[in-house]
Design a protein around this ligand. Structure first.
Ligand code: SF4
Length: 381
């Protein structure tokens, strides 16, 4: 995996919208999560699957390398099922490419250098295919956060630029396809752009914006992209935008109209996120000794717990209490069961015993893709 660049592809949507964030962020700690390490392991498995399918490694080598992955503490039984979706998707594209031309090129974990437009910019393309004037880039995202669309995706476009830089001298590439595969979210998204249009975007927008961002210049601009910014809790531009959002001109009479409430709902999400970021940040700083006038850190609520569960059980059984009173037995949840047994195995053995109940009603914006809640179907009050 790549070391961290100031203008990384994964944070492109942020620094392209708010160029000075790239340098401002440098002052704040980068907390990488265990999820990133899990993703790296899934990528390793995907790489092995592709190499094996493409005949780049023998079955023996593949099996021994997979064993190493399986011995990693982050490996879970459902990982191969999910990674298989990625490998199968790539292999379908391989078949299509081979059908187009026998000269198709396949590159796994290709380093992509897009520094022609972005200072020090590089990344890794999980799988790159070049066939008959079309270049295709596939990106595995193993997280199970939110579906990411490939349409207009800046990270994928930067990878595409890196791949064009790398291969343009050898191949005549006219069109780029970019696919994001998120197997745990059941999401595969593709976008397509002509090389001409991509280069125009790169020269006219990316290059000048990246130059500003690299120098820490340009206009601060708050928006959805603030969510992953390390400065999000202390950034003045974000605070200003939210304080502006919080201002509301109430009209007569004394009761809010449905139009007022709809307007407030539209602002609430962003305000809640921002307030939570500020609270979390302030607590972490206060624990480090920083003082906020009028505030102090205290112990939160806590629940009593047994110090030695075995001993407690022993005492109660000794006193003649029945086991079913002392112990509760609960079946592991479906997701955890899949992690432990594998997705396919859970489906094979228990598929008939899984239902998906109707979800609780939530209020969302009208543009949301989900169907309108059907209260006739439900037990909810
Ligand atoms: S929080 Fe938002 S506005 Fe502030 S620097 Fe980061 S991206 Fe820019």
């Amino acid at each position: 995996m790549a070391q961290h660049a100031i203008l990384s592809a994964s944070s492109a949507s942020r620094w392209m919208s708010c160029p000075p964030s790239a340098r401002l962020e440098q002052n704040y700690e980068n907390k990488t999560s265990g999820y990133a390490a899990e993703g790296t392991l899934a990528h390793e498995l995907g790489e092995l699957g592709l190499m094996h399918n493409l005949g780049e490694i023998s079955t023996r080598k593949y099996n021994s390398e997979v064993k190493k992955v399986e011995s990693n503490e982050l490996f879970t039984k459902d990982m191969p099922d999910y990674v298989e979706i990625y490998v199968d998707t790539c292999m379908e594209k391989v078949s299509e490419a081979k059908a187009k031309t026998p000269d198709a090129l396949f590159k796994i974990e290709q380093r992509l250098d897009f520094s022609r437009w972005v200072p020090e910019g590089f990344g890794t393309g999980d799988f790159v295919i070049i066939a008959d004037g079309t270049m295709e880039i596939c990106d595995l995202k193993y997280g199970k956060g939110v579906p990411v669309s490939a349409v207009g995706n800046k990270q994928m476009r930067l990878y595409a630029l890196g791949a064009i830089s790398e291969f343009e001298f050898l191949y005549d590439i006219e069109k780029v396809k970019m696919t994001i595969i998120q197997p745990r979210l059941d999401s595969i998204s593709t976008d397509e752009i002509s090389v001409e249009e991509l280069l125009k975007w790169a020269d006219e927008f990316v290059k000048p914006t990246a130059e500003l961002a690299f120098k820490g210049e340009g206009e601060f601009c708050a928006g959805d992209h603030c969510g992953f910014c390390r400065a999000k809790a202390v950034c003045k531009a974000r605070a200003d935008k939210n304080m502006e959002l919080a201002k509301y001109d109430f009209q007569e009479p004394d009761i809010l109209s449905s139009i007022d409430i709809a307007d407030i709902l539209g602002r609430a999400d962003e305000l809640i996120k921002w307030a939570k970021d500020v609270q979390d940040w302030a607590l972490a700083q206060a624990l480090n000794g920083e003082e906020f006038p009028g505030w102090k850190v205290v112990e939160g609520r806590s629940n009593r717990k047994w110090t030695d569960e075995n001993k407690v059980g022993e005492i109660l059984l000794g006193q003649g209490f029945l086991e079913n009173i002392i112990y509760t037995k609960k079946l592991t949840g479906i997701s955890n069961m899949e992690t432990a047994l594998g997705k396919k195995e859970v489906n094979r053995l228990l598929g008939d015993y899984i239902v998906k109940p109707q979800g609780k009603p939530v209020l969302v914006v009208e543009s949301d893709k989900r169907e309108v809640f059907n209260s006739a179907k439900t037990d909810f009050e």
